[in-house]
Design a protein around this ligand. Structure first.
Ligand SMILES: [Fe+2]
Length: 131
Protein backbone atom coordinates (compact mmCIF):
# COMPACT_ATOMS: atom_id res chain seq x y z
CA UNK A 1 0.00 0.00 0.00
CA UNK A 2 1.30 3.40 -0.86
CA UNK A 3 1.34 6.68 1.00
CA UNK A 4 -0.67 9.41 -0.61
CA UNK A 5 -0.08 13.08 0.28
CA UNK A 6 -3.79 13.53 0.27
CA UNK A 7 -3.73 11.89 3.69
CA UNK A 8 -1.59 14.59 5.24
CA UNK A 9 -3.05 16.45 8.18
CA UNK A 10 -0.27 18.99 8.05
CA UNK A 11 0.60 18.11 11.65
CA UNK A 12 4.03 16.57 11.39
CA UNK A 13 3.74 14.34 14.42
CA UNK A 14 0.45 12.77 13.28
CA UNK A 15 1.62 12.43 9.69
CA UNK A 16 4.81 10.69 10.79
CA UNK A 17 2.83 8.31 12.96
CA UNK A 18 0.55 7.46 10.05
CA UNK A 19 3.52 6.88 7.76
CA UNK A 20 5.08 4.63 10.36
CA UNK A 21 1.93 2.54 10.51
CA UNK A 22 1.90 2.24 6.72
CA UNK A 23 5.49 1.04 6.81
CA UNK A 24 4.55 -1.59 9.38
CA UNK A 25 1.58 -2.78 7.35
CA UNK A 26 3.82 -3.18 4.31
CA UNK A 27 6.36 -5.12 6.38
CA UNK A 28 3.66 -7.51 7.49
CA UNK A 29 2.36 -7.94 3.94
CA UNK A 30 5.89 -8.60 2.66
CA UNK A 31 6.55 -11.08 5.43
CA UNK A 32 3.34 -12.91 4.62
CA UNK A 33 4.25 -13.05 0.95
CA UNK A 34 7.54 -14.62 1.95
CA UNK A 35 5.69 -17.00 4.25
CA UNK A 36 7.31 -15.39 7.27
CA UNK A 37 4.11 -13.98 8.72
CA UNK A 38 4.40 -16.02 11.89
CA UNK A 39 7.74 -14.49 12.75
CA UNK A 40 6.50 -10.95 12.54
CA UNK A 41 3.12 -11.21 14.18
CA UNK A 42 4.17 -11.00 17.85
CA UNK A 43 6.42 -8.07 17.13
CA UNK A 44 3.66 -6.29 15.20
CA UNK A 45 1.14 -6.74 18.00
CA UNK A 46 3.60 -5.29 20.52
CA UNK A 47 4.29 -2.36 18.23
CA UNK A 48 0.59 -1.71 17.67
CA UNK A 49 -0.17 -1.73 21.35
CA UNK A 50 2.22 1.09 22.15
CA UNK A 51 1.59 2.82 18.83
CA UNK A 52 -2.15 3.19 19.37
CA UNK A 53 -1.76 4.34 22.95
CA UNK A 54 0.43 7.23 21.86
CA UNK A 55 -1.06 7.98 18.48
CA UNK A 56 -4.74 7.95 19.47
CA UNK A 57 -3.95 10.15 22.42
CA UNK A 58 -2.19 12.69 20.18
CA UNK A 59 -4.91 12.60 17.57
CA UNK A 60 -7.74 12.98 20.07
CA UNK A 61 -6.00 15.89 21.78
CA UNK A 62 -5.69 17.63 18.46
CA UNK A 63 -9.38 17.07 17.79
CA UNK A 64 -10.34 18.52 21.16
CA UNK A 65 -8.05 21.52 20.65
CA UNK A 66 -9.44 22.20 17.22
CA UNK A 67 -13.06 21.55 18.33
CA UNK A 68 -13.56 18.90 15.70
CA UNK A 69 -17.32 18.13 15.58
CA UNK A 70 -16.71 14.44 14.82
CA UNK A 71 -14.59 13.94 17.92
CA UNK A 72 -16.94 11.68 19.89
CA UNK A 73 -17.54 9.23 17.05
CA UNK A 74 -13.87 9.21 16.20
CA UNK A 75 -12.91 8.49 19.78
CA UNK A 76 -15.30 5.52 19.80
CA UNK A 77 -13.65 4.07 16.70
CA UNK A 78 -10.28 4.34 18.41
CA UNK A 79 -11.67 2.59 21.50
CA UNK A 80 -13.08 -0.23 19.36
CA UNK A 81 -9.75 -0.71 17.62
CA UNK A 82 -7.98 -0.94 20.99
CA UNK A 83 -10.45 -3.62 22.01
CA UNK A 84 -9.96 -5.59 18.75
CA UNK A 85 -6.24 -5.40 19.31
CA UNK A 86 -6.57 -6.70 22.84
CA UNK A 87 -8.67 -9.63 21.62
CA UNK A 88 -6.09 -10.43 18.95
CA UNK A 89 -3.32 -10.32 21.48
CA UNK A 90 -5.03 -12.73 23.83
CA UNK A 91 -5.72 -15.09 20.91
CA UNK A 92 -2.05 -14.87 19.98
CA UNK A 93 -1.02 -15.60 23.56
CA UNK A 94 -3.36 -18.57 23.69
CA UNK A 95 -2.89 -20.10 20.21
CA UNK A 96 0.52 -18.76 19.23
CA UNK A 97 1.14 -17.49 15.70
CA UNK A 98 -1.35 -19.84 14.08
CA UNK A 99 -2.15 -19.13 10.47
CA UNK A 100 -5.56 -17.87 11.56
CA UNK A 101 -4.04 -15.33 13.93
CA UNK A 102 -1.62 -14.18 11.22
CA UNK A 103 -4.48 -13.67 8.79
CA UNK A 104 -6.54 -11.89 11.42
CA UNK A 105 -3.69 -9.47 12.29
CA UNK A 106 -3.22 -8.78 8.63
CA UNK A 107 -6.89 -8.12 8.07
CA UNK A 108 -7.16 -5.89 11.12
CA UNK A 109 -4.32 -3.53 10.27
CA UNK A 110 -4.97 -3.38 6.54
CA UNK A 111 -8.62 -2.68 7.32
CA UNK A 112 -7.64 0.02 9.78
CA UNK A 113 -5.44 1.72 7.25
CA UNK A 114 -8.06 1.58 4.54
CA UNK A 115 -11.17 2.37 6.56
CA UNK A 116 -9.78 4.60 9.25
CA UNK A 117 -6.65 6.45 8.14
CA UNK A 118 -7.74 6.75 4.54
CA UNK A 119 -11.32 7.77 5.34
CA UNK A 120 -12.05 8.85 8.92
CA UNK A 121 -8.68 10.46 9.65
CA UNK A 122 -8.78 12.04 6.21
CA UNK A 123 -12.06 13.76 7.15
CA UNK A 124 -10.40 15.15 10.24
CA UNK A 125 -7.33 16.19 8.22
CA UNK A 126 -9.56 18.09 5.80
CA UNK A 127 -11.35 19.80 8.68
CA UNK A 128 -8.10 20.63 10.42
CA UNK A 129 -6.51 22.12 7.32
CA UNK A 130 -9.57 24.15 6.40
CA UNK A 131 -9.85 26.01 9.71
FE1 LIG B 1 -7.98 8.31 14.05
Amino acid sequence: MEWNDNLLTGVEKIDNQHKELLRRVNNVLDACNQRKGKEIVGETLDFLESYVAEHFHDEENLQIESQFPGYEGHRQLHARFIKDLKDLKSRFEKDGASILVVIEVNKTIVGWLRDHIMKVDKEFADYYKSR
